[in-house]
Design a protein around this ligand. Structure first.
Ligand SMILES: Cc1cc2nc3c(=O)[nH]c(=O)nc-3n(C[C@H](O)[C@H](O)[C@H](O)COP(=O)(O)OP(=O)(O)OC[C@H]3O[C@@H](n4cnc5c(N)ncnc54)[C@H](O)[C@@H]3O)c2cc1C
Length: 262
């Protein structure tokens, strides 16, 4: 089967060109692997050379991350310092040099670690030709061409992330977890907790957020949060871990995340 590669100058052109058989290429770490494994649903690979896709821009407390910014690009940005520990544990150097923020939003489990982090940072997704939507809503549909993701600059020390993998340093996640805890260890206001690999897509965990909200991060609060750790989750069994294992270890790792243990 013939495969066509098209490069268009703007994101708007790319959005117009999307359709049956046309697959947008971010860094290609997943698209190219699928093609190499014989995915015949794609007849055209679409790229865009729009420079806006690879920019990180700040305005007040908002940071706009172009969808084509790679994990290496995240690690090179001072404005994205809070996200360096997340980008650093995504794949090895080759994957980090190619894999993009936009592509991560479309990565199915066991991938999508970056999206987990973005979920707790109040991320808004810009789909070309549409209004910005909260990431949580976007992940439910995952449609259209993403041009950028915007986050609020995190309060210093409030963001935490944990990726649990069996192979170090670059293994695929058994699960990943992120927390945003403004005010901690004092009274927490606006707690946000998200998991990866504990459902069909990265999810917020409302029961844990409620257990933390308005409380200090002491032993009692952490115990209540760990007690709610499995509410609303539906982990899968895959070659990395069984559903049973993910359920067993999630409360332990949530506790460690909240206690800020390594
Ligand atoms: C060896 C290996 C290790 C990996 N390790 C990890 C890991 O540890 N953690 C992790 O999270 N992921 C991991 N991945 C998965 C992947 O590399 C990342 O999720 C990466 O961020 C995907 O981005 P990409 O640009 O390469 O996506 P692509 O392969 O380019 O695209 C993936 C999908 O997203 C769509 N897409 C891409 N960009 C856009 C856009 N702007 N708008 C609309 N649709 C878009 C594509 O059409 C395609 O359907 C790994 C992959 C490999 C091969």
């Amino acid at each position: 089967m013939t495969l066509t590669v098209e490069t268009v100058p703007t994101v708007a052109d790319a959005a117009r060109r999307l359709g049956t058989g046309v697959r947008y290429l971010g860094g290609g770490t997943l698209v190219m692997r699928a093609l190499n494994y014989g995915d015949t649903s794609v007849s055209t690979i679409l790229r865009s050379s729009d420079p806006a896709l690879t920019r990180v821009e700040t305005s007040g407390d908002r940071i706009r991350i172009g969808a084509g910014v790679t994990m290496a690009g995240v690690m090179a940005s001072r404005d994205l310092e809070a996200l360096h520990p997340v980008a650093r544990v995504i794949g090895g150097p080759a994957v980090r040099n190619m894999g993009t923020v936009g592509g991560n939003l479309f990565a199915d489990p066991p991938y999508g670690d970056f999206a987990v982090a973005l979920l707790v940072l109040d991320a808004m997704v810009q789909v070309e030709g549409a209004s910005e939507v909260p990431l949580e809503r976007f992940l439910g549909e995952r449609r259209g061409l993403v041009s950028a993701v915007t986050i609020r600059r995190p309060e210093r020390g409030a963001f935490r992330f944990r990726k649990v993998s069996r192979v170090k340093p670059k293994g695929i996640a058994v699960l990943s977890m992120a927390a945003y805890l403004p005010g901690a260890p004092g009274r927490i206001t606006g707690a946000r907790i998200a998991y990866g690999n504990m459902g069909p897509r990265p999810i917020r965990v409302a029961a844990v957020e409620q257990a933390l909200e308005g409380r200090g991060l002491d032993a009692g609060t952490i115990a209540s949060a760990a007690g709610a750790a499995l509410q609303g989750v539906s982990p899968q069994t895959d070659p990395i871990a069984s559903e049973w294992y993910r359920r067993e270890v999630a409360p332990v790792h949530l506790r460690r995340l909240l206690e800020a243990q390594s």
